[in-house]
Each structure stands twice: as C-alpha cells, then as structure tokens.
Design a protein around this ligand. Structure first.
Ligand code: UD1
Length: 418
C-alpha cells in the first residue's frame, strides 16, 4: 500500500501541463466499439480507470494497444457482449459500456453497479433511455440482461428526468445503433459530452447539439475507424489551481481550457487569488491569505463542478474567513471533511451543507483518502499545511490523476510516494 509523504507550507512556482480528461476518455473508449475499425485516441492519460476500460475492451475481443499517450482500439470483431463482475466492481462507470455493446451486438450482460463511495448511484435514467430506444432490460440475479428485439432499436425522443452525464452518454451511444432520429432532451451539457460527440463524428456518426441540452443522433450510419485527441482534464486543472491557492506561489497551467473552469477560477479570485487566462492556459498567483467566498453550490455544468468541491474546500479550510458549500449532486461527498478536521480544519456538515471556517493554516497529519476527489483534496490541504502529512489510500487518487506527485514536484512541492 503506497502513501504520499508531504512536507507542507512550500509555495508552488512554475508551469504544469494538464493531462487528458478521464471523464472524456472513458465514454470514448466505450464508443470505440461502435465501429468495426480502429480508433486512435490521443492524449489518453494512463490512469487506473483507463486501464480498467482497456481491460473491458480486451475482454470484449478488441485489440487494444497503448504507445505513450495514444491508445489504439481495434474493434474489428467482438467476441463477447458482457462486462464481467470483477471489471464492473473495479470501475463504477463501466455501465457506460451498456449502450455501446447493445448498439453493436444487440445484447449486453452487465452486473449491477452497486453502491459507491459517493453514496447510492442509481442507473434508472440509463435504463429508461435504452428502454425508450426499444431495448428489453431484465434484472436477473444481481445483473442486467439487455437485448434488442428483432425489429431493432428505433430512434425516439428521450426526456431525461435529470441531466445525468452518464445517462446522456449511454443514450448517445445506444442511439448510434438505432434506426432513424433520436432526440435527447434535458441532456447534460458537460464539455466531456461535446468531446464524445467530436469522437463519434470522427468515426462517421451523425450527432449534433452536445454542449446544449438537446442532442440529436441520426443512427445506423456506416461507421469506420477515426482519430481523436482527448480534451484536457478540467478537474485536474481545478485541483492544481486549488493546490497553488492552498500553498501560495505562482503557477501556470498549460494545455487547459479556462472556459471550462470559470466557476472555479471565479471562486478562487474571490478568495484573493489573481487569475489570468488565455488560449490554452491559466495563470494563478496567491500572495495573501485566502478569504471566505460567497456560497458555493455544486450543480450540473455550467455550474460549479461537484468534482472540484473537495479540492477547493481543502484550500479554503486553510485560509481565513467562512465559506458555505452546498453539495447538490452526490450524497456522500464530504468524506474528506473528517480528515481535514484532523489537520485542524473547522468544518461543520449538516446534510448537503458544509460550513468551512478558515483557521489560517492547517497542520500536517496522518490521513486516509476515501474517494478520488476527496483524496486529491487531502493532497491540496497537505501542501498548504504546516509540517508533514502522510496520505494513504492512493488507489483512489490514481483513478483520476496520472502521477500527481511528479506534476507537483515539478512545481516545487515536497511530495513523494513511499
Ligand atoms: C459523472 C462523472 C463524475 C461527476 C458527475 C457529475 C464520469 C465518468 N463521471 O458521473 O466525475 O462527479 O458526472 O458531474 O463522467 N442519477 C440518477 N439516476 C441515474 C443517473 C444519475 O438519479 O440513472 C443521479 C445521480 O445519483 C447524481 C446525479 O444524477 O445525483 C448526477 O449523476 P450523473 O450526472 O449521472 O453522474 P455520473 O455520470 O455518474
């Protein structure tokens, strides 16, 4: 079991390049099975969740090869249409394979994704969408057996009850295999969905509207292999900005899109950071203590991202002043709070609301990550804290950050994996 050792209180200086977006790569890898050709996916970060997706593709019968940050998926012929239980367990979001497997093979068998570290994460909207397209879904022995009747999947109008990211993506992928036009209403508008649309277009699919709340798919096009470069990871960028806000200093992020991060940079500016953004870069300087900011409500894009809530909270906990967070997306998204309190933070949680009273500076402690973004938050807090921290549970952090310690070390942080 590896851990991070962090000597806190060292300001960060320099440039860092942000890697490709995990939440973009995962649906794109699933989408690669829609075409009977080879997809070349560039800027593909080497994360444990990405490796889990590659293992699913191999199980399905695809040829999968990584060279540097490029992954090639040859989906010429598929041998299986199931996602085995152990791979489902390894990565909750493997449910994203459902729509694509169904569109390509007409049948899909998945075990039910159970609870997860963020609280119950239902898939009712995913299932409602693929049912609307004509698939039959049976829940059997803790698993799902989905099949397409003889008349095939039919394009239709799908009204999502919530703008769920995963359900929007599953509906898009499944609709690629449906005859005629599908319109997805109340679609999620996250930039990763627009990235998925770009990939789908590169393999010949006809999809439009991603980025808005109405997405249209003209299904059953002749699909072929394609090449795509994955968009930068806006949550990694938010984490690095939070780290610089916590530790102080001056950093420039490269290969990132500031337009995806406006709610996060606005909060950090209000807290006293100076932020300048340009094409493909964000510059942040923090040379005075952080102040509390106007309440932060997490919301679907373009609102404040729930995934950025833990790292931003970690930075503000070591600042001055009070900030109220309202977590509207997931139930158990405050699991980093107890750990931050071990570092001297003053945070009170009641239901969805967390009140963070800045204490000026946190102190180092022995900590344990309980989930991905909560783990990143502990790293942020440790970088800004007085003294040494030890952070266990790095398997969570490694799901979404490629060698975070290397990126931070290049900025002057004193962090190492032991
Ligand atoms: C995706 C992201 C995750 C991010 C989240 C919200 C990926 C791989 N993960 O997760 O990092 O935190 O978006 O931005 O892209 N819901 C239902 N029924 C469903 C589906 C969702 O009730 O069938 C609810 C969820 O419980 C949650 C809300 O909808 O409260 C949003 O979830 P959703 O947008 O689906 O998140 P994910 O796609 O799981």
């Amino acid at each position: 079991m590896s851990a991070y050792l962090v000597e806190g209180g060292v300001p960060l200086y320099g440039e860092a390049r942000v890697h490709g977006a995990k939440n973009s790569v995962l649906p794109i890898l699933a989408a690669a099975i829609l075409c009977p050709g080879t997809s070349v996916i560039r800027n593909c970060p080497d994360l444990s969740d990405v490796r889990a997706s590659m293992a699913i593709l191999e199980h399905l019968g695809c040829g999968v090869r990584r060279e540097g940050d490029t992954v090639e998926v040859d989906a010429g012929s598929l041998l299986h249409n199931d996602v085995p239980d152990e791979l489902m367990r390894e990565m909750r979001s493997s449910v994203i394979f459902l729509g694509a497997i169904l569109a390509r093979t007409g049948e899909a068998v998945l075990s039910m994704p159970g609870g997860c570290e963020l609280g119950p994460r239902p898939i009712d909207l995913h299932l409602a969408a693929i049912r609307a397209l004509g698939a039959e879904v049976r829940e059997e022995g803790g698993g799902l057996r989905c099949s397409v009747p003889e008349r095939g999947l039919r394009g239709c109008e799908i009204d999502l009850a919530l703008p769920s990211v995963g359900a929007t993506e599953n509906a898009m992928l499944c609709a690629c295999g449906a005859e005629g036009t599908t319109v997805i209403n109340n679609a999620a508008r996250e930039p990763e969905i627009a990235d998925l649309q770009r990939f789908l277009r590169s393999i010949g699919a006809r999809v439009r509207g991603a980025g808005s709340s109405v997405i249209t798919v003209e299904g059953r096009q002749a699909l072929h292999g394609g090449t795509h470069t994955v968009m930068p990871d806006r949550i990694v960028a938010a984490t690095l900005l939070s780290a610089a806000a916590a530790a102080g200093g001056e950093v420039e992020l490269l290969g990132t899109d500031h337009r995806h991060l406006s709610t996060v940079t606005a909060a950090l500016m209000e807290a006293g950071c100076r932020v300048r953004s340009g094409e493909g870069r964000i510059h942040l300087r923090r040379d005075r203590p952080l102040k509390g900011v106007y309440p932060i409500h997490t919301a679907p894009y373009p609102g404040f991202p729930t995934d950025a809530q833990p790292p931003v909270m970690a930075a503000l906990a070591g600042g001055e002043g009070t900030t109220v967070f309202v977590e509207n997306m997931f139930e158990s998204r405050y699991r980093h709070v107890d750990e931050l309190c071990r570092m001297g933070a003053r945070i009170r949680v009641e239901g969805r609301v967390a009140v963070v009273c800045g204490v000026g500076r946190l102190h180092g402690a022995r900590l344990r990550a309980a989930d991905l973004r909560g783990g990143a938050a502990l790293v942020v807090a440790a970088l800004g804290a007085e003294g040494r921290s030890e952070i266990e549970g790095l398997e969570h952090v490694d799901r979404g950050y490629h060698r975070l310690e290397d990126t931070l070390t290049a900025l002057g942080a004193r962090i190492r994996r032991v």
